[in-house]
Design a protein around this ligand. Structure first.
Ligand SMILES: Cc1cc2nc3c(=O)[nH]c(=O)nc-3n(C[C@H](O)[C@H](O)[C@H](O)COP(=O)(O)OP(=O)(O)OC[C@H]3O[C@@H](n4cnc5c(N)ncnc54)[C@H](O)[C@@H]3O)c2cc1C
Length: 399
């Protein structure tokens, strides 16, 4: 069944009023889930997005894809996802601009070095090619870096960064071709239940009945969960990025790795002809504000010049802020919601959601369609772990 309405501008639209699965949110998590549900022939899939496809955090992400985690789950999620980005054009017909220039994670303290040894052993044990460099090797790899205050770095050359907007819109387009309906500018304002079973959603454009509802609303998932009377422990955390004006490639080459300086709370990579700089502010309280904090500009410039002195000649062109979607253990949720049959959540990837979107969406689709994940063990992503007091806190936390 579909509804028809004449808008203030005289335009007519139609939207399905029933669906087998409604997905709320069209960021990487929502569209990836929709695409995989369509591939699994899971019936009529309707995605409802309050704004436009890829208008939330995914649009503001740096596109980083890395294997370098200090826990098995993080490494495995990347191992499963990176192949999608590597074969993206084959599967989705769009070049994702995946620049596999590697990830270089700088080490400045003995404690970080001890952790790097452990993490590298874990990553190698899981088949990841990763090098532990000393300061001289680090300088040879990236001669523009100041390394006299470093003990070294870890380097994984298969890693890199892709374009989140291109990827998300391409996955959405393929999902549509497979029969998924994506309704934009359609905010979900209520999630309806009959007892302990979900029955659909309410939107400004009317109600939609559905046997399954998937919450894929990123940093807003706590709020959307509350519409169904359930607690989804995801809170927003503001993150900033700044980009410089064009900067000579003979000083910092285009193929430079994505460099993370955890000690300085700073990151950099090339962005077109400029350099993209990231800065963390872990002490900032949770909020939905995406206003740019101009006081960070001085700090990011100072750290950039310290680490790459050539950047003293660079000019900041613009900055933006987006929201990380944080869970208490900085690990995502891909799960049914205990106590509410038909309600699911895929959210809370705590700043790693772009890279893990392909496998997360596949696992979510398997859980919705077949009641369990088959591609890999999704139990560490279970929502119920919080109630059980289990945590998988990632030892390597970066900007
Ligand atoms: C500055 C920055 C840099 C980042 N860099 C990286 C990186 O390098 N690598 C990486 O892997 N990750 C990175 N991330 C994290 C990544 O962006 C997120 O983990 C990922 O985008 C989350 O995807 P999502 O689909 O869950 O959320 P979103 O992309 O935010 O999508 C959620 C969607 O839900 C919609 N929505 C919300 N409420 C409703 C409602 N009531 N009804 C309908 N729709 C609704 C929103 O409009 C939005 O479009 C970065 C994030 C930021 C902010």
């Amino acid at each position: 069944m579909r509804s028809v309405r004449v808008t203030d501008h005289g335009m007519v639209w139609v939207m399905a009023r029933t669906a087998d699965v409604v997905i709320v949110g069209a960021g990487i998590m929502g569209v990836s889930t929709a695409y995989h549900l369509a591939r699994l022939d899971a019936g009529r899939v309707l995605v409802l997005e309050r704004d436009t496809v890829c208008s939330g955090s995914t649009a503001l992400a740096s596109g980083g894809i890395r294997h370098q985690y200090g826990n098995r789950l993080g490494v495995e999620l990347t191992t499963h996802s990176i192949v999608t980005y590597e074969r993206f054009e084959e599967e989705f017909g769009v070049d994702p601009n995946f620049r596999q220039h590697g990830y270089l994670i700088l080490i400045a303290t003995e404690q970080a070095l001890a952790l790097a040894h452990q993490s590298v052993a874990l990553q190698r044990g899981l088949g990841v090619a990763v090098d532990l460099l000393d300061a001289d090797d680090t300088r040879r790899l990236c001669p523009y870096l100041r390394t006299d205050d470093l003990l070294g770095a870890t380097y994984s050359k298969r890693d890199g960064y892709a374009d989140p907007y291109l990827c998300t819109t391409a996955i959405a387009a393929r999902a549509r071709e497979l029969g998924v309906e994506i309704r934009q500018q359609c905010e979900v304002r209520g999630i309806t239940r009959r007892g302990d079973r979900v029955t659909g959603v309410d939107t400004a454009d009317g109600a939609v009945e559905a046997g399954a509802v998937v919450v894929a609303t990123g940093a807003w998932s706590g709020r959307v969960g509350a519409l169904a009377g359930v607690e989804i422990p995801v809170v927003p955390h503001r993150r900033h990025k700044f980009v410089t004006a064009p900067f000579p490639a003979d000083t910092i080459p285009g193929a430079t790795p994505f460099i993370i300086d955890p000690h300085g709370g700073f990151s950099m990579r090339r962005e077109g002809e400029g350099v993209l700089l990231g800065i963390g502010r872990p002490d900032e309280p949770s909020s939905f504000s995406t206003e740019v904090d101009r006081s960070l500009e001085g700090r990011v410039v100072e750290r950039a010049i310290h680490r790459a002195p050539a950047l003293a000649d660079a000019k900041l062109m613009r900055g933006w802020a987006g929201l990380y979607e944080m869970t208490p253990d900085q690990t995502g949720i891909v799960s049914g919601v205990p106590g509410v049959a038909g309600l699911y959540v895929i959210a809370g990837f705590s700043g790693h959601g772009f890279m893990h979107g392909p496998i997360a969406g596949q696992l979510m689709a398997e859980i919705v369609a077949h009641s369990r994940a088959v591609t890999m063990d999704a139990s560490p992503l279970d929502l119920a772990r919080f109630a059980r007091g289990e945590a998988h806190v990632e030892p390597l936390t970066f900007v």
